[in-house]
Design a protein around this ligand. Structure first.
Ligand code: MG
Length: 311
């Protein structure tokens, strides 16, 4: 939906609220101060000082309060390696986005989330600070995620370490697990929003499309013709960024839980700190315990065993 965004002080927003007193809405979005509807134009003011004018006459309505904030740069739409090029307007469509977390972390689960963002919700999500989760702190992620789950349709699956290790030992690759989880969250989210249908499904590419479909052999695949793959997809559509925030939020909570079980802070990643923490677990609880904390097939296991021996 066409919109104008301006930046004001909280004092100015207070004045504005008085001005729109007669047409205030009861529903205020997360992070909002007030929302009003005047002659088909929805005005929403946020605690960040941003005011969003959406719908009929948005530019004129905004103009009496200030000049528009600098327009956000449009992300460049990069090619998809599925062989299916991304639709040119994908950034402004109603999209299910999906992303995973935990593939490269020795400790903790593998988590995949999908989120559905309708085109008219895109400005709101941007306003809430939804962007690539790599640029957000754990605290920011938790704040934004808690907002998102109050209104955004999503689906999230967490493959805990015992199950992960069991599948891995039975010969399943991590890539295949990831693909199955993406496919499954798409399926579940489509069910959730049905009869509504997204314009597209965008996967933050972890494998090229032919490999993805190879992984999914034997699985029921949904809407193959509408699924697109792209690297850095979180900057192409905010639905992928939302999915990445939701999965990372669940990941952070999983680490809190693991740390509680271990009795000390469990580190992320797969570096030397991780080897040390795993060695400590071996010393204190035994090697088998690692199977409920780690991705046991990672090289970190051998390194940790060696460190534990030296202790
Ligand atoms: Mg990703």
């Amino acid at each position: 939906m066409a919109n104008t965004v301006i930046q004001l002080t909280l004092e100015e927003i207070q004045k504005m609220k008085e001005h729109y007193q007669s047409c205030l809405s009861e529903k205020i979005p997360p992070g909002g101060i007030f929302s009003a509807k005047k002659n088909g134009c929805t005005i929403t003011a946020y605690r960040s000082g941003k005011v969003l004018f959406q719908g009929a006459g948005h530019a004129a309505e905004a103009l009496q309060w200030g000049s528009p904030a600098t327009k956000q740069k449009k992300p460049t739409v990069s090619g998809s390696s599925s062989g299916m090029p991304l639709p040119e307007q994908i950034g402004s469509m109603s999209v299910i986005g999906s992303d995973e977390v935990g593939k490269g972390d020795y400790f903790g689960p593998l988590i995949v989330a999908a989120a559905y963002v309708k085109k008219d919700q895109i400005p709101l999500l941007k306003e809430l600070g939804v962007k690539d989760s790599k640029h957000l702190t754990d605290v920011q992620i938790s704040t934004i995620a808690k907002d998102l789950i109050t209104f955004l349709p999503y689906s999230l699956l967490k493959l805990d370490n015992p199950k992960y290790n069991q599948l891995q030992a039975s010969g399943m690759t991590q890539g295949k697990m990831t693909a199955i989880l993406h496919n499954e969250v798409h399926y579940r989210l489509l069910e959730k929003i049905s009869p509504e249908k997204p314009d597209a499904i965008l996967v933050d590419q972890f494998a090229k499309a032919p490999v993805y479909y190879q992984y999914l052999k034997g699985q029921k695949i949904i809407q193959k013709e509408k699924i697109y793959f792209s690297t850095k997809a979180e900057s192409i559509h905010v639905a992928v960024a939302a999915a990445s925030i939701l999965s990372r939020y669940a990941f952070v909570r999983a680490f809190d839980k693991l740390s509680q079980q271990a009795g000390f802070t469990i580190p992320k990643g797969a570096g030397p700190l991780v080897d040390q923490a795993a060695a400590r677990l071996i010393s204190e609880k035994g090697l088998e315990t690692l199977k409920s904390f780690t991705k046991f097939h990672f090289a970190n296991t051998e390194k940790a065993k060696n460190i534990a021996k030296l202790r």
